[in-house]
Design a protein around this ligand. Sequence first.
Ligand SMILES: [Zn+2]
Length: 298
Amino acid sequence: MKLKRPQHEAPDDAAARKALKPVVAYPPETLPTPLLDAQPEVYRQAKAEWQLVSEVLVPAREAKTFRVPAGHFFRIRSVEGPQVGDLNLWNEHELSERFFTGKTRALHGTHLSTGDRMWSNFPHLRPMATITEDTLDWYGFDSFGGSVHDVIGTRCDPYTNKLLKGDDYHYCCHSNLCRALAEHVKKPIAEIEHLVHDVLNVFMCTGFDRQTGQYFMKHTPVRPGDYLEFFAEIDLLGALSACPGGACDSEHSSDQATCHPLLVEIFKPRGRGDDPLPGWESPKVSAYEGSHGLSTST
Ligand SMILES: [Zn+2]
């Protein structure tokens, strides 16, 4: 892609304007302190005594749903070979409450890791899950500006593929997530497609080109045994797609890439039920009163 050439002369004070220092838009210290920061020992204790209660193997180029009760943990684990996964989360009891990548990105950054929370859409805006461990946290940002687990790439889908390549491909993450959700709720795709949303790109290595601003991907650093671990803040329905892009180093939206399954493991802390994690409460939906300034009186 060619650099976009400006059509307007820079003003005399252009350098001074560009030299102004940025400020963090949403200082994270103004967010409610996550229990993981305030009392990390609560999580350590819960994990030391947890019990694996179920596993879901997501086949290559497919998606599967899974349920995680509030107060449980889940891990997405690399098995067999390098593979990226596209994750959707819903409130299990009300599927219109779902993961909101845009606000999560604004609050925590383009890529998520330990301590970051996955927020739900308006009018709910509450943490759905907290990331409690990331075996790829050593990666940070590479010299290209790439990092792991982004909330910028939406998901591969058959519509963009049709636009760019002209063919119909049915195993993009969007379609995989649609089929998995339709099967879970036992409804036709047409009735549930709007519930499938922008994803957390688990294990995917991505960034923006500093010259052109273009979204890029590169081979994931994940290896079998690596995992990303979450604490469920509310009762969750999840869906994970093992992306047809595989390691995402060349292309997706085709059967060309080598792909591998992904494993989802769900863990129950000991004593959950009678004795939830000390100090933890499932977060409530936003306390905003909801009028948006429109008077309800007549
Ligand atoms: Zn994909």
